[in-house]
Ligand binder design. Sequence first.
Ligand code: FES
Ligand SMILES: [Fe+2]
Length: 342
Amino acid sequence: MSNYVLNTWYPLTWSRNVGHALTAHQILEQQVVLYRTEGGKVIAMEDACPHRLLPLSMGKLRGDAIECGYHGMTYDCSGKCVRVPGQDLIPSSAFVRTYPIHENMGLVWIWMGDPAMADPGKVFDLPQYHDPRWSAVEGDALEIKANYLNLADNLCDPAHVSFVHLSTLGNAASEDVPVHSEQQDGKVVTWRWVIDAPPIPLFAKHGHFKGNVDRWHYYYYHAPSIAVIDFGSAETGTGAPEGRRDNCIQIFACHFITPVDQDTCIDHWLHVKNFQADAQVNAELSADFRVAFSEDKTILEAIQRNERRLPSRRTVKIAIDAGSQRMRRLVERMREAEAPTA
Ligand code: FES
Ligand SMILES: [Fe+2]
C-alpha cells in the first residue's frame, strides 16, 4: 500500500449504490466491505474476519452488525466483536479495522490512512454541484485496466481531445494550439484557449452558436485522484477570454478516481453544467461523455499493456507533458511526505 498516498479522501463508490446490504470493494490493493446502517450511515471495514480471514462481505447483516458467514462471529459497526458463538469469552484481538467515511457529491469517500487525520471538511467539493442555477448529472463508474496515474496523465492533457474525441469533445481546430500548465495549492492546472474556431460537436449540439466560438479547457487535477475539467465556449468576440462569460455554455466534467491496484482504477464521472435541461438532453450529454471516456479507456488500457511488455522503455517527453509531469511530481511529494523517517 506504500505506493499510494494514504492520508487523503478517496472516492470509493456512488452513494446510490450503498444500501442496507454488504458490498465488497477494493482500493489501494485493500479489500473493504461497505454497508449502510438502518439509520443511514455508511460503514466501511476491512473485508476479512479476524478468525480465518473469510471476507466479511460473504456474511450477513444482523441489524447493523455483520455476522461472519463461516462461524458466526459478529462485529458491530465500530468493528468490535460482540458475539463468538459457543463461548462467552470474546478474544481481545477480535476486532475489525474500520475506515472513516463521508458522503458528498453523490459519492462515498473513504480515508485509508491515519484515522486521526481524517477531516470531513477536507472532502472534495465543487460548489456549482449544489447550486440550483447549475445542473448536475451523475454518470457511471468506468473501470479502466490502467494505473490511476496514467488516467491522471490523460486528465492533465487537453491536447489529446483533438485526436481522440473528434465526435464529441474535440476538433482539428485545436491540434496546434499550445497548452499551458502551472501548479497551484495541491493541484495542477493545465489549460488552453482555442480562439475563433468552429464549436466542438458537443457544443454545436447544445450551444446553438451561429458562428465561430472561443473555447477554453481548464483541467484542474487535485492530487492524488480528482480531476475537474472546466470547458466551455462563447461566441467569438464576446470577451470570454477576458472573463465575460454571460452567454457561454460551460460544463464541469468531474472525474473521481478510485485507485484499485497498480493496474486498475475506477473513474466515477459526472457533469455539472450552467444550463438546465430535460431528461433527454441530460441523457444525450451523458451518452456523449460515455463515448468519449470509452475512447480514453481503449487508449489507456492499450498503453498499460505496452508498459507491462516494455517495462524499461524510456518514453519521449514533449511540451504538452508539462502538466502531467507536474501532477506526478506533486503526487510523489505527497507520498514522500508520508514515508516514515528513518
Ligand atoms: S472465519 Fe469468521 S467466524 Fe470463522
Ligand atoms: Fe479524453
